[in-house]
Ligand binder design. Sequence first.
Ligand SMILES: *Cc1c(COP(=O)(O)O)cnc(C)c1O
Length: 410
Amino acid sequence: MFSPHTSLPDFLAVRDGQLHVDGVPVSQLAARAGTTPFYVYSRTAIGARIAALRAALPPAIHLHYAIKANPMPALVSAIAPQVDGFDVASAGELLTALNAGMAAESVSFAGPGKTAAELRQAVAAGVRVHVESRREIALLAELQQSLGVGARVALRINPDFALKGAGMRMGGGARPFGIDAEAAPEALAQIGAAGLQFEGFHLFAGSQNLKSDAIIAAQQATLALIEQLAEAAPAPVRHCNLGGGFGIAYFPGETALDLAPIADNLAQLSERAARTLPQAQLVLELGRYLVGEAGVYVCRVLDRKTSRGTTYLVTDGGLHQHLAASGNFGQVIRKNYPVRIATRMASYAPTEEVSIVGPLCTPLDILADKMTLPVAAPDDLVAVLQSGAYGASASPQAFLGHPPVRELLL
Ligand SMILES: *Cc1c(COP(=O)(O)O)cnc(C)c1O
Protein backbone atom coordinates (compact mmCIF):
# COMPACT_ATOMS: atom_id res chain seq x y z
CA MET A 1 0.00 0.00 0.00
CA PHE A 2 1.48 3.29 -1.11
CA SER A 3 2.29 5.76 1.66
CA PRO A 4 4.17 8.93 0.67
CA HIS A 5 6.14 9.13 3.93
CA THR A 6 7.81 5.78 3.31
CA SER A 7 7.88 5.39 -0.47
CA LEU A 8 7.92 7.50 -3.63
CA PRO A 9 5.30 7.60 -6.39
CA ASP A 10 6.47 6.17 -9.75
CA PHE A 11 7.42 9.47 -11.40
CA LEU A 12 9.91 10.25 -8.61
CA ALA A 13 13.24 8.48 -8.15
CA VAL A 14 16.52 8.91 -6.30
CA ARG A 15 19.81 8.91 -8.18
CA ASP A 16 23.20 10.11 -6.88
CA GLY A 17 21.53 11.14 -3.64
CA GLN A 18 19.18 13.53 -5.41
CA LEU A 19 15.45 13.48 -6.07
CA HIS A 20 14.59 13.17 -9.79
CA VAL A 21 11.22 14.18 -11.22
CA ASP A 22 10.41 12.36 -14.46
CA GLY A 23 14.13 11.53 -14.65
CA VAL A 24 15.35 15.12 -14.21
CA PRO A 25 17.42 16.06 -11.13
CA VAL A 26 15.64 18.56 -8.94
CA SER A 27 18.62 20.95 -8.98
CA GLN A 28 18.36 21.05 -12.78
CA LEU A 29 14.64 21.79 -12.51
CA ALA A 30 15.48 24.66 -10.15
CA ALA A 31 17.83 26.04 -12.80
CA ARG A 32 15.10 25.63 -15.42
CA ALA A 33 12.58 27.44 -13.23
CA GLY A 34 15.11 30.25 -12.86
CA THR A 35 14.49 30.59 -9.16
CA THR A 36 13.07 28.79 -6.17
CA PRO A 37 10.42 28.10 -4.95
CA PHE A 38 8.48 26.35 -7.71
CA TYR A 39 5.86 23.69 -8.25
CA VAL A 40 6.59 20.92 -10.73
CA TYR A 41 3.85 18.69 -12.17
CA SER A 42 4.24 15.57 -14.28
CA ARG A 43 2.05 15.01 -17.34
CA THR A 44 3.15 11.37 -17.32
CA ALA A 45 2.05 10.88 -13.73
CA ILE A 46 -1.33 12.53 -14.34
CA GLY A 47 -1.87 10.46 -17.49
CA ALA A 48 -0.95 7.25 -15.67
CA ARG A 49 -3.28 8.13 -12.82
CA ILE A 50 -6.24 8.78 -15.09
CA ALA A 51 -5.53 5.62 -17.11
CA ALA A 52 -5.32 3.48 -13.95
CA LEU A 53 -8.55 4.95 -12.62
CA ARG A 54 -10.35 4.37 -15.91
CA ALA A 55 -9.08 0.79 -16.03
CA ALA A 56 -10.46 0.20 -12.53
CA LEU A 57 -13.87 1.85 -13.00
CA PRO A 58 -16.73 0.42 -15.07
CA PRO A 59 -16.45 1.89 -18.59
CA ALA A 60 -19.96 3.36 -18.38
CA ILE A 61 -18.92 5.84 -15.68
CA HIS A 62 -17.91 9.28 -16.96
CA LEU A 63 -14.98 11.05 -15.36
CA HIS A 64 -14.90 14.82 -14.88
CA TYR A 65 -11.98 16.91 -13.66
CA ALA A 66 -12.79 19.62 -11.08
CA ILE A 67 -10.52 22.45 -12.22
CA LYS A 68 -10.42 24.06 -8.79
CA ALA A 69 -7.88 21.43 -7.65
CA ASN A 70 -5.27 22.76 -10.08
CA PRO A 71 -6.24 25.38 -12.67
CA MET A 72 -2.81 25.80 -14.35
CA PRO A 73 -3.88 26.31 -18.00
CA ALA A 74 -1.22 24.01 -19.51
CA LEU A 75 -2.17 21.24 -17.09
CA VAL A 76 -5.89 21.67 -17.76
CA SER A 77 -5.16 21.46 -21.51
CA ALA A 78 -3.15 18.28 -20.98
CA ILE A 79 -6.05 16.70 -19.07
CA ALA A 80 -8.79 17.79 -21.52
CA PRO A 81 -8.49 14.87 -23.96
CA GLN A 82 -8.26 12.31 -21.13
CA VAL A 83 -11.53 13.02 -19.30
CA ASP A 84 -15.20 13.27 -20.27
CA GLY A 85 -15.79 16.75 -18.92
CA PHE A 86 -14.67 19.61 -16.70
CA ASP A 87 -16.37 21.03 -13.62
CA VAL A 88 -15.82 24.73 -13.09
CA ALA A 89 -16.76 26.97 -10.20
CA SER A 90 -16.25 30.51 -11.55
CA ALA A 91 -16.28 32.40 -14.84
CA GLY A 92 -12.47 32.36 -14.70
CA GLU A 93 -12.42 28.57 -14.57
CA LEU A 94 -15.10 28.49 -17.26
CA LEU A 95 -12.78 30.28 -19.69
CA THR A 96 -9.86 28.04 -18.67
CA ALA A 97 -12.01 24.98 -19.45
CA LEU A 98 -13.15 26.22 -22.86
CA ASN A 99 -9.70 27.55 -23.79
CA ALA A 100 -8.28 24.11 -22.98
CA GLY A 101 -10.43 22.69 -25.76
CA MET A 102 -13.19 21.04 -23.74
CA ALA A 103 -16.54 21.08 -25.56
CA ALA A 104 -19.09 23.36 -23.88
CA GLU A 105 -21.48 20.39 -23.92
CA SER A 106 -19.18 18.67 -21.38
CA VAL A 107 -18.60 21.56 -18.98
CA SER A 108 -20.65 22.07 -15.84
CA PHE A 109 -20.63 25.19 -13.70
CA ALA A 110 -21.43 24.77 -9.99
CA GLY A 111 -20.80 26.98 -6.96
CA PRO A 112 -22.83 29.09 -4.56
CA GLY A 113 -22.94 32.80 -5.34
CA LYS A 114 -22.77 32.88 -9.13
CA THR A 115 -23.11 36.47 -10.33
CA ALA A 116 -25.57 37.48 -13.05
CA ALA A 117 -22.58 38.22 -15.29
CA GLU A 118 -21.16 34.73 -14.73
CA LEU A 119 -24.51 33.11 -15.47
CA ARG A 120 -24.74 35.17 -18.66
CA GLN A 121 -21.31 33.93 -19.78
CA ALA A 122 -22.31 30.36 -18.98
CA VAL A 123 -25.55 30.49 -20.98
CA ALA A 124 -23.82 32.21 -23.91
CA ALA A 125 -21.10 29.55 -23.87
CA GLY A 126 -23.65 26.73 -23.77
CA VAL A 127 -22.35 25.01 -20.65
CA ARG A 128 -24.63 23.35 -18.09
CA VAL A 129 -25.30 25.45 -15.00
CA HIS A 130 -25.72 23.55 -11.74
CA VAL A 131 -28.25 25.81 -10.07
CA GLU A 132 -27.98 26.22 -6.32
CA SER A 133 -30.81 28.67 -5.50
CA ARG A 134 -34.21 29.93 -6.62
CA ARG A 135 -32.56 33.24 -7.55
CA GLU A 136 -30.29 31.50 -10.06
CA ILE A 137 -33.28 29.80 -11.67
CA ALA A 138 -35.06 33.14 -12.05
CA LEU A 139 -31.94 34.83 -13.48
CA LEU A 140 -31.42 32.02 -15.99
CA ALA A 141 -35.03 32.34 -17.16
CA GLU A 142 -34.36 36.04 -17.96
CA LEU A 143 -31.01 35.33 -19.62
CA GLN A 144 -32.52 32.66 -21.81
CA GLN A 145 -34.93 35.31 -23.12
CA SER A 146 -32.41 38.11 -23.55
CA LEU A 147 -29.71 35.95 -25.16
CA GLY A 148 -32.09 33.85 -27.24
CA VAL A 149 -30.17 30.73 -26.21
CA GLY A 150 -31.60 27.86 -24.16
CA ALA A 151 -30.17 27.55 -20.64
CA ARG A 152 -29.01 24.03 -19.74
CA VAL A 153 -29.39 23.27 -16.04
CA ALA A 154 -28.91 20.59 -13.44
CA LEU A 155 -30.10 20.97 -9.86
CA ARG A 156 -27.44 20.79 -7.16
CA ILE A 157 -28.87 19.13 -4.09
CA ASN A 158 -27.74 19.52 -0.50
CA PRO A 159 -28.39 15.93 0.59
CA ASP A 160 -29.77 14.86 3.93
CA PHE A 161 -26.55 12.87 4.54
CA ALA A 162 -22.83 13.70 4.73
CA LEU A 163 -19.77 11.81 3.51
CA LYS A 164 -18.46 10.17 6.70
CA GLY A 165 -14.72 10.56 7.25
CA ALA A 166 -14.31 13.29 4.65
CA GLY A 167 -11.56 15.86 5.20
CA MET A 168 -14.10 18.52 4.27
CA ARG A 169 -17.83 17.86 4.50
CA MET A 170 -19.93 19.58 1.94
CA GLY A 171 -23.34 18.02 2.36
CA GLY A 172 -25.79 17.13 5.11
CA GLY A 173 -27.23 19.53 7.69
CA ALA A 174 -27.27 23.24 6.94
CA ARG A 175 -25.01 24.10 3.97
CA PRO A 176 -24.70 27.01 1.57
CA PHE A 177 -24.21 24.50 -1.30
CA GLY A 178 -27.14 23.49 -3.46
CA ILE A 179 -30.82 23.32 -2.57
CA ASP A 180 -31.96 21.18 0.37
CA ALA A 181 -33.33 17.84 -0.82
CA GLU A 182 -36.69 18.67 0.87
CA ALA A 183 -37.01 21.86 -1.20
CA ALA A 184 -36.05 20.21 -4.50
CA PRO A 185 -39.61 19.50 -5.78
CA GLU A 186 -40.49 23.22 -5.66
CA ALA A 187 -37.24 24.17 -7.40
CA LEU A 188 -37.89 21.53 -10.07
CA ALA A 189 -41.34 22.98 -10.66
CA GLN A 190 -39.80 26.45 -11.02
CA ILE A 191 -37.26 25.10 -13.54
CA GLY A 192 -40.09 23.50 -15.53
CA ALA A 193 -42.26 26.63 -15.46
CA ALA A 194 -39.31 28.79 -16.58
CA GLY A 195 -38.74 26.53 -19.58
CA LEU A 196 -35.09 25.84 -18.75
CA GLN A 197 -33.48 22.76 -20.30
CA PHE A 198 -33.40 20.41 -17.32
CA GLU A 199 -30.66 17.75 -17.57
CA GLY A 200 -30.21 16.23 -14.14
CA PHE A 201 -28.85 16.33 -10.62
CA HIS A 202 -25.58 16.98 -8.85
CA LEU A 203 -24.65 15.95 -5.31
CA PHE A 204 -21.29 16.52 -3.68
CA ALA A 205 -21.11 15.17 -0.15
CA GLY A 206 -17.47 15.83 0.77
CA SER A 207 -13.81 15.78 -0.14
CA GLN A 208 -10.49 14.03 0.72
CA ASN A 209 -11.88 10.67 1.83
CA LEU A 210 -9.67 7.58 2.16
CA LYS A 211 -12.41 5.19 3.29
CA SER A 212 -13.97 3.25 0.44
CA ASP A 213 -16.87 2.16 2.67
CA ALA A 214 -17.89 5.76 3.29
CA ILE A 215 -17.62 6.65 -0.41
CA ILE A 216 -19.72 3.60 -1.34
CA ALA A 217 -22.39 4.50 1.23
CA ALA A 218 -22.55 8.08 -0.06
CA GLN A 219 -22.81 6.94 -3.70
CA GLN A 220 -25.63 4.52 -2.87
CA ALA A 221 -27.53 7.16 -0.92
CA THR A 222 -26.94 9.64 -3.75
CA LEU A 223 -28.41 7.42 -6.44
CA ALA A 224 -31.39 6.56 -4.23
CA LEU A 225 -32.07 10.25 -3.61
CA ILE A 226 -31.78 11.11 -7.31
CA GLU A 227 -34.18 8.28 -8.21
CA GLN A 228 -36.67 9.71 -5.77
CA LEU A 229 -36.26 13.33 -6.93
CA ALA A 230 -36.49 12.27 -10.59
CA GLU A 231 -40.21 11.70 -10.08
CA ALA A 232 -40.70 15.46 -9.71
CA ALA A 233 -38.31 16.42 -12.54
CA PRO A 234 -39.65 18.35 -15.55
CA ALA A 235 -37.65 16.15 -17.99
CA PRO A 236 -35.90 12.78 -17.93
CA VAL A 237 -32.62 12.71 -15.98
CA ARG A 238 -29.69 12.62 -18.40
CA HIS A 239 -26.92 13.83 -16.12
CA CYS A 240 -26.40 12.17 -12.76
CA ASN A 241 -23.36 13.57 -10.95
CA LEU A 242 -22.58 11.34 -7.96
CA GLY A 243 -19.84 13.63 -6.63
CA GLY A 244 -16.39 12.31 -5.83
CA GLY A 245 -14.36 12.93 -2.72
CA PHE A 246 -11.63 10.36 -3.48
CA GLY A 247 -8.71 11.26 -1.22
CA ILE A 248 -4.96 10.80 -1.44
CA ALA A 249 -2.56 9.86 1.37
CA TYR A 250 -0.81 12.84 2.89
CA PHE A 251 0.06 12.08 6.49
CA PRO A 252 2.04 9.41 8.36
CA GLY A 253 -0.04 6.24 8.68
CA GLU A 254 -2.35 7.07 5.75
CA THR A 255 -2.39 4.73 2.78
CA ALA A 256 -3.88 5.01 -0.70
CA LEU A 257 -7.62 4.64 -1.26
CA ASP A 258 -8.74 1.11 -2.20
CA LEU A 259 -10.53 1.52 -5.53
CA ALA A 260 -11.65 -2.08 -6.08
CA PRO A 261 -14.72 -2.04 -3.81
CA ILE A 262 -15.74 1.40 -5.13
CA ALA A 263 -15.52 0.10 -8.69
CA ASP A 264 -17.65 -2.97 -7.81
CA ASN A 265 -20.28 -0.76 -6.22
CA LEU A 266 -20.32 1.59 -9.21
CA ALA A 267 -20.83 -1.36 -11.54
CA GLN A 268 -23.93 -2.32 -9.53
CA LEU A 269 -25.19 1.27 -9.38
CA SER A 270 -24.70 1.66 -13.09
CA GLU A 271 -26.74 -1.50 -13.82
CA ARG A 272 -29.44 -0.26 -11.51
CA ALA A 273 -29.49 3.23 -13.07
CA ALA A 274 -29.86 1.65 -16.51
CA ARG A 275 -33.26 0.43 -15.28
CA THR A 276 -34.37 3.27 -13.00
CA LEU A 277 -32.98 6.26 -14.94
CA PRO A 278 -32.52 4.81 -18.44
CA GLN A 279 -31.32 8.03 -20.07
CA ALA A 280 -28.90 9.01 -17.31
CA GLN A 281 -25.14 9.23 -17.62
CA LEU A 282 -23.41 8.57 -14.27
CA VAL A 283 -20.57 10.99 -13.61
CA LEU A 284 -17.80 11.22 -11.01
CA GLU A 285 -16.11 14.57 -10.45
CA LEU A 286 -12.59 14.39 -9.09
CA GLY A 287 -9.95 17.03 -8.55
CA ARG A 288 -7.30 16.10 -6.03
CA TYR A 289 -7.30 12.38 -6.88
CA LEU A 290 -6.29 13.05 -10.49
CA VAL A 291 -3.51 15.58 -9.90
CA GLY A 292 -2.57 15.66 -6.21
CA GLU A 293 0.14 13.00 -6.31
CA ALA A 294 1.62 14.31 -9.54
CA GLY A 295 3.07 17.52 -8.11
CA VAL A 296 6.04 18.51 -5.95
CA TYR A 297 6.72 21.86 -4.29
CA VAL A 298 10.41 22.73 -4.17
CA CYS A 299 12.03 25.45 -2.06
CA ARG A 300 15.57 26.26 -0.98
CA VAL A 301 17.13 26.32 2.47
CA LEU A 302 18.23 29.90 3.21
CA ASP A 303 19.38 29.50 6.78
CA ARG A 304 19.97 26.99 9.51
CA LYS A 305 19.67 27.96 13.14
CA THR A 306 19.15 26.50 16.57
CA SER A 307 16.85 27.92 19.19
CA ARG A 308 16.94 26.43 22.67
CA GLY A 309 17.45 22.91 21.43
CA THR A 310 15.30 22.98 18.27
CA THR A 311 17.04 23.03 14.89
CA TYR A 312 15.31 25.11 12.21
CA LEU A 313 15.82 25.17 8.49
CA VAL A 314 14.47 28.45 7.13
CA THR A 315 13.48 28.22 3.46
CA ASP A 316 12.38 30.65 0.77
CA GLY A 317 9.02 28.82 0.47
CA GLY A 318 6.16 28.48 2.90
CA LEU A 319 2.57 29.13 3.83
CA HIS A 320 2.07 31.93 1.29
CA GLN A 321 2.63 29.46 -1.56
CA HIS A 322 1.62 26.17 0.03
CA LEU A 323 -1.06 26.88 2.60
CA ALA A 324 -2.13 23.23 2.82
CA ALA A 325 1.35 21.95 3.74
CA SER A 326 1.51 24.52 6.54
CA GLY A 327 -1.63 22.94 7.99
CA ASN A 328 -3.84 25.98 7.56
CA PHE A 329 -6.15 24.84 4.73
CA GLY A 330 -9.00 23.48 6.79
CA GLN A 331 -7.01 20.98 8.86
CA VAL A 332 -8.11 20.63 12.47
CA ILE A 333 -4.79 19.27 13.73
CA ARG A 334 -1.54 20.10 11.95
CA LYS A 335 0.28 17.05 10.57
CA ASN A 336 3.37 16.88 8.39
CA TYR A 337 3.06 16.50 4.65
CA PRO A 338 5.64 14.12 3.14
CA VAL A 339 8.77 16.29 3.05
CA ARG A 340 12.22 15.28 1.76
CA ILE A 341 15.59 17.01 1.65
CA ALA A 342 15.72 16.61 -2.13
CA THR A 343 19.47 17.09 -2.44
CA ARG A 344 20.38 14.70 0.40
CA MET A 345 18.58 11.49 -0.34
CA ALA A 346 21.45 9.00 -0.15
CA SER A 347 20.43 6.20 2.19
CA TYR A 348 23.58 6.67 4.31
CA ALA A 349 23.02 10.43 4.94
CA PRO A 350 23.12 11.21 8.68
CA THR A 351 19.76 12.37 10.05
CA GLU A 352 18.51 14.74 12.73
CA GLU A 353 15.21 16.02 14.10
CA VAL A 354 14.46 19.34 12.45
CA SER A 355 11.66 21.83 11.85
CA ILE A 356 11.38 23.48 8.45
CA VAL A 357 9.82 26.92 8.34
CA GLY A 358 9.18 29.57 5.70
CA PRO A 359 10.24 33.21 5.52
CA LEU A 360 6.99 34.74 6.87
CA CYS A 361 6.78 36.52 10.22
CA THR A 362 4.14 34.21 11.64
CA PRO A 363 4.38 31.03 13.72
CA LEU A 364 1.92 29.44 11.27
CA ASP A 365 4.58 29.28 8.55
CA ILE A 366 5.69 25.66 9.07
CA LEU A 367 6.48 23.10 6.35
CA ALA A 368 7.75 20.34 8.67
CA ASP A 369 7.38 20.15 12.43
CA LYS A 370 10.05 18.07 14.19
CA MET A 371 10.65 15.57 11.40
CA THR A 372 13.62 13.23 11.25
CA LEU A 373 15.40 14.18 8.02
CA PRO A 374 18.94 14.12 6.59
CA VAL A 375 21.13 16.90 7.96
CA ALA A 376 20.82 19.85 5.58
CA ALA A 377 22.55 23.19 5.04
CA PRO A 378 21.83 26.46 3.22
CA ASP A 379 21.37 25.91 -0.54
CA ASP A 380 19.92 22.42 -0.13
CA LEU A 381 16.54 21.91 -1.77
CA VAL A 382 13.44 20.83 0.16
CA ALA A 383 10.66 18.92 -1.62
CA VAL A 384 7.08 18.72 -0.40
CA LEU A 385 5.41 15.72 -2.08
CA GLN A 386 1.69 15.23 -2.82
CA SER A 387 1.50 18.88 -3.85
CA GLY A 388 -0.26 18.76 -7.22
CA ALA A 389 -3.65 19.90 -5.85
CA TYR A 390 -4.72 22.94 -3.82
CA GLY A 391 -1.24 24.46 -3.98
CA ALA A 392 -0.39 27.65 -5.86
CA SER A 393 -3.97 28.74 -6.51
CA ALA A 394 -5.19 27.89 -3.01
CA SER A 395 -2.54 29.90 -1.14
CA PRO A 396 -2.40 33.57 -0.08
CA GLN A 397 0.51 34.44 -2.35
CA ALA A 398 0.31 38.19 -1.75
CA PHE A 399 0.77 37.76 2.01
CA LEU A 400 4.00 39.57 2.98
CA GLY A 401 4.77 40.69 -0.57
CA HIS A 402 6.86 37.81 -1.91
CA PRO A 403 6.86 37.17 -5.68
CA PRO A 404 4.37 34.62 -7.07
CA VAL A 405 5.47 30.98 -7.22
CA ARG A 406 6.56 29.53 -10.58
CA GLU A 407 4.99 26.39 -12.02
CA LEU A 408 6.55 23.82 -14.36
CA LEU A 409 4.67 21.12 -16.21
CA LEU A 410 6.94 18.31 -17.42
C1 LIG B 1 -14.01 20.95 -4.49
C2 LIG B 1 -15.01 20.24 -5.29
C3 LIG B 1 -14.62 19.13 -6.06
C4 LIG B 1 -13.23 18.58 -6.06
O1 LIG B 1 -12.89 17.99 -4.85
P1 LIG B 1 -11.59 17.08 -4.73
O2 LIG B 1 -11.49 16.74 -3.31
O3 LIG B 1 -10.44 17.91 -5.22
O4 LIG B 1 -11.78 15.89 -5.60
C5 LIG B 1 -15.58 18.53 -6.83
N1 LIG B 1 -16.86 18.98 -6.85
C6 LIG B 1 -17.26 20.04 -6.12
C7 LIG B 1 -18.66 20.47 -6.19
C8 LIG B 1 -16.36 20.70 -5.31
O5 LIG B 1 -16.76 21.74 -4.58
